[in-house]
Design a protein around this ligand. Structure first.
Ligand SMILES: Cc1cc2nc3c(=O)[nH]c(=O)nc-3n(C[C@H](O)[C@H](O)[C@H](O)COP(=O)(O)O)c2cc1C
Length: 203
């Protein structure tokens, strides 16, 4: 079946319910559905249509187990950069992300969304593909979220997955069937974040 035919959820439903999913069932994602998700990712636009992306799709439990402590270290390194010392200083809204830092290895699939070269141009061209990927996953009932690493662990993550030095890991996306529900998302109202013709001019 083609990806286009497989993705029957309306765009509206996918857009309005694709929220961050951080807890996963152990059910595997079929290779076929992974293929549809990745086919959707590479339909994204990129600067000059250069498509400077590479996706490392990690399914092997052994690799996910080795990655998990590196992700945890990265998550806490980011908190340290923000002046946050330990779990007692984590605000309620960051607690689901803190839990993911302990549990990411349990996601049945991790996708490292990479840019094939370093620099803002290539990285910016990879971001739309990540969102396409998450929307297609949502349409198949599969959840995930965008996460980032930290320079402190970068070299070790490159080594673990044999990622060339010239490439940049942009995001790590854990994927799986959700424990819990999708959307709706909580967002500031359009009137606060949008103006017409000139900044701060309301419609
Ligand atoms: C650039 C970026 C970085 C993010 N980094 C993390 C992360 O490191 N860990 C995490 O659990 N969620 C991360 N998120 C997910 C956001 O926290 C989440 O999308 C946001 O809080 C809105 O929640 P919702 O998608 O459930 O509505 C990131 C999202 C973006 C766009």
């Amino acid at each position: 079946m083609t990806t286009q035919r497989r993705l029957t959820m309306s765009l509206g439903e996918a857009l309005f319910t694709q929220r961050a999913i951080r807890r996963f069932k152990q059910d595997p994602i079929s290779d076929e559905d992974l293929g549809h998700i990745l086919e959707s990712a590479i339909r994204a636009p990129s600067g000059g249509n250069r498509q400077p992306w590479h996706f490392v799709v990690v399914r092997e439990a052994n690799l996910r187990t080795q990655f998990a402590p590196l992700y945890r270290e990265a998550w806490w390194a980011k908190r340290k950069d923000e002046g946050i010392g330990g779990p007692e200083d984590i605000p309620a809204k960051l607690q689901p992300a803190m839990r993911l830092a302990d549990e990411i290895g349990q996601a049945p699939v991790l996708v490292l969304v990479c840019a094939t070269s370093k620099g803002a141009g290539a990285i910016g061209s990879v971001i739309p593909a990540a969102q396409n990927l998450l929307l297609a996953a949502r349409a198949l009932g599969i959840g995930g979220t965008i996460t980032t690493l930290h320079p402190q662990v970068e070299e070790r993550v490159h080594q673990l997955f044999h990622i060339p030095e010239t490439a940049q890991i942009v995001y790590c996306l854990p994927l799986g069937y959700p424990r819990g529900r999708f959307g709706p998302t909580q967002r500031r109202p359009l009137s606060e974040v949008c103006s017409y013709d000139q900044w701060s001019r309301q419609a």
